[in-house]
Design a protein around this ligand. Sequence first.
Ligand code: C2E
Ligand code: CA
Ligand code: CA
Length: 635
Amino acid sequence: MADKLSARVRRVLVKTLYTQPISLAIGALNGSIATAVAAYLSGMPELWIGNVILTIIALARVAAAIGLSPDDNKTSTSALELIYEVGAFSYALVIGAVAAVTVWLGASAEVQVLMIANALCYGVAVAARNAGRPSIAIGQLTLVCLPIMITSLAMGTLAHLTLFATMLLLVPAMAAITLNIFKVLRDSISAAETSARLAEKMKLLARTDVVTGLANRAGLNHAIVETMMEVEDDEKLALIWIDLDRFKEVNDLLGHPIGDRVLGEVARRLNGVCPAGSTVSRFGGDEFVIFAPIEDRRAAELLASEIHFEIMRPFRIEADRLEVRASLGVALFPEDGTDTDSLMQCADLALYHAKVGGRSQTQFFDRSMTRDLVRRREIENELRAALQRDELSIFFQPIVDLESGRIRSFEALVRWFHPEKGELVPDEFIPVAEETGVIVTLGNWITAQAARVASTWPDDVTLSVNLSPLQIRAPGAALGIRNALREAGLDPSRLELEVTETLFVEDNHATANFIQELSAIGVKFALDDFGTGYSSLGYINNFPFNKIKVDRSFVSGANVGRKSDAIIRAVAEMGSTLEMEIVAEGLETIEQVHAVREAGCTLGQGFYFSRAVPDYLAAMLLAQERSADRRKMGT
Ligand code: C2E
Ligand code: CA
Ligand code: CA
């Protein structure tokens, strides 16, 4: 480290020798003119010879100074120094020798003064100018002075001896000054070097994530900006945003040190799978972002699946075996965005879709996602107000006994009549309500509202209400339902709550308590959308379901056929053994009604019987049924 530093400092110092070749040229010109004038005045051929030699050396040195740029690193520091040394020493020696010759051959006083002054001025000036390399500076001064001093000593007159003594003092005095300048120069250069290196190191640290050693957000930004500046026309890049699914649980269950080690291992795997020239970064938490050069979209898809594969490989940390999954959002340069911000936004949005789409998957950015987002934001902003403004209402869809054709219950389905957007379907705003937490307020409102309506129906007609998993897990969820029942004066046994399997995917105490507490007072439960999720029979065994609702995709979907028929049959058979009712959803035609009844379903629901209707129409349907009953009894 110290050696390297001093090498860098040395190069900077040697550089000072080569700076300002103009000063070198002026000095050289000075020497040539002065010796030419002296030669002319004295007519001494020795001085003409000296003049020619000096001019040749001077020209060579100026040419070398211009030709060798110490800024490019082609020539080594030692070579630069040596080239300078040869020129400087020979020039100094010749200039000193020329002055000595004028003394020795007894030139006129003015010629001697001119040459000695020329030599000494040069020597002194150079001792300061070349202080960056003191050996050169002091060597030059010595070489200038030596011939004059020897000659003076040989002449032996008082004046000559005095000159000798003066120069004898001059050399060490100048040498001390040179060394002083050198020290100041060296120290300030190495201080500047050190702070430059520190700044470099700090910059690097500021761009690094300490946990994984990957780039952090700043590092990634830097890499993206650098790459974008040099990107070729036909080059493609992918920005892949990775979010580990449910990583918080790893941290909570196993502790942060283990969590950090998993992150470190994920980082290592990601580094291993990404192509050369990629930047892998971590954005705090459990988010990683990769910026990678790719051939085309296909290559990006391949890379994404390799990333899934790498992350899903089980981790072994100490005695634990861990499995991690991830969601990926991908944006491509240039088609999705040509600057950092828009690429990041696109990848983030794609990741969001991957997460709501069920996690552990990859989504590529698509223009429609932006439209979706805008609409979602609007819905999010307006949903709370909609409740207060009475824009929401509950519709009721009858669930019919397939044997008798009578209405056994109504399912409450929420509707939003937006003053500008028109009717909004629950599939559009319920997920937003879940995400924003509004579902708790909304859900309680729906139950209370529906229970009030149901309390006006005949006692044998029940009410079904859909509950979202988030609503159930919220604190005080069971109390909300009980309050709604009490206020409406509806018997708990006339309420049935429809839940989906997603509720049981995460094993949760709150869920079990909720179901237990409400079952205890007589509330019933139905398993909704059966066949669309995991369809594990485990839940059916563990929870007191009263009904199973076979999803409408088995009845009126595109893939209805012998297979779905067999599934309905199997479910219906299980239902009759376990004394559960099986509801076929989405019945639109009489043929479908016959088919599901024949397969063993006991209840049916669908447009064939009725769409979801407002409360007064539901009451009318019931009234019609009752008057038909009366007519039958009358005849
Ligand atoms: P779901 O619980 O499966 O509700 C049945 C959906 O199927 C309803 O759509 C209903 O209108 C529709 N449907 C009924 N018969 C037919 C038919 O013959 N053919 C076809 N193609 N569709 C039929 P809707 O009202 O749009 O509700 C969609 C989903 O939104 C519901 O699915 C439910 O999961 C959710 N949802 C509705 N209301 C609420 C609510 O109050 N709370 C909660 N948490 N979720 C609700
Ligand atoms: Ca339902
Ligand atoms: Ca359903």
